[in-house]
Design a protein around this ligand. Structure first.
Ligand code: COA
Length: 259
């Protein structure tokens, strides 16, 4: 069905694997379009409750945007490339009402680091390496990297990484808060699946509202506290909230329906 990505529904989690291992899974036009289409499925298919994004092969998650597409672009073309990528993929991941985790299995550079950062959170294998080396090409990140990296690791470390192009390894990424867990390569996908299976047992409408509230906070929305109150109230109108509270009082496990 796709040429540059693989998708598989595993227990309600759509595993999306970027599949250009001979090109370090670099994001060319086709990958961006196919990722956009896979994300549409995550949004619209009720059998899909979450997603994992990972890279094929043992070396790379994604080593950036495909540099071979850059030389023909001018200012307008460059801006359009970034705009399209954000709309089709990066912002769509961040704003997805279902959880999306990056399982970072190797080099996560440039657009690859931006892709991982757009996900709701990240797990990494011990061989993962993160960096924003655009400055080596006379460029800056265009898929939200200057913004999301600053939010995740703070201004000083973000400026250092962006201006030196230095990579950070998995252990440092963990200490910086860039990733939540570091595991062996064999444990990477099982760890991501285990986290998502736990989230699948929770109330989907509450999950959706948590993502929206946290995104509003990290995107500097001045009304984010007030919006939390509105969404808190909206939860009381759901069947799942009544079920959750009743199950607690009856000392049983809740059965949530997403209603
Ligand atoms: N865009 C296009 N092609 C890329 C690519 C990218 N971002 N990253 C890697 N490739 C290609 C290489 O050109 C090479 O292709 P070839 O076999 O046809 O020559 C292939 O992937 C393997 O990469 P190679 O550089 O030979 O592997 P390596 O193990 O020596 O180095 C990296 C791995 C990731 C350190 C190195 O490929 C790299 O620095 N990539 C670019 C990272 C970058 O600047 N990203 C930001 C882009 S904005």
């Amino acid at each position: 069905m796709y040429n540059t990505i693989l998708t598989k529904n595993e227990n309600g989690t759509l595993v999306i694997t970027i599949n250009r291992p001979d090109k370090m899974n670099a994001l060319n036009k086709d990958v961006i379009e196919e990722l956009g289409s896979a994300l549409e499925k995550v949004y619209s298919d009720s059998e899909i409750k979450s997603a994992i994004i990972t890279g094929a092969g043992e070396k790379a998650f994604v080593a950036g945007a495909d540099i071979s597409e850059f030389l023909s672009l001018g200012a307008e073309g460059g801006a359009a490339l970034a705009q399209k990528g954000r709309e089709l993929v990066f912002d769509k991941i961040e704003n997805c009402p279902k959880p999306i985790i990056a399982a970072v299995n190797g080099f996560s550079l440039g657009g690859g680091c931006e892709l991982a950062m757009a996900c709701h959170f990240r797990v990494a294998s011990e061989n993962a390496k993160f960096g924003q080396p655009e400055v080596n090409l006379g460029l800056i990140p265009g898929y939200g990297g200057t913004q999301r990296l600053t939010r995740l690791v703070g201004r000083g470390k973000a400026l250092e990484m962006l201006m030196t192009a230095d990579m950070v390894g998995a252990a440092e990424a963990l200490s910086l808060g860039l990733v939540n867990h570091v595991v062996s390569p064999e444990e990477l996908l099982p760890k991501a699946h285990a986290i998502l299976q736990k989230i699948h047992t929770k109330a989907p409408i509450a999950i959706e509202k948590i993502i929206a509230c946290v995104n509003e906070s990290s995107n500097g929305d001045h009304h984010s506290f007030d919006k939390e109150i509105i969404r808190f109230g909206e939860c009381f109108a759901t069947e799942d909230m009544k079920e959750g509270a009743a199950a607690f009082l009856e000392k049983r496990k809740p059965v949530f329906k997403g209603k």
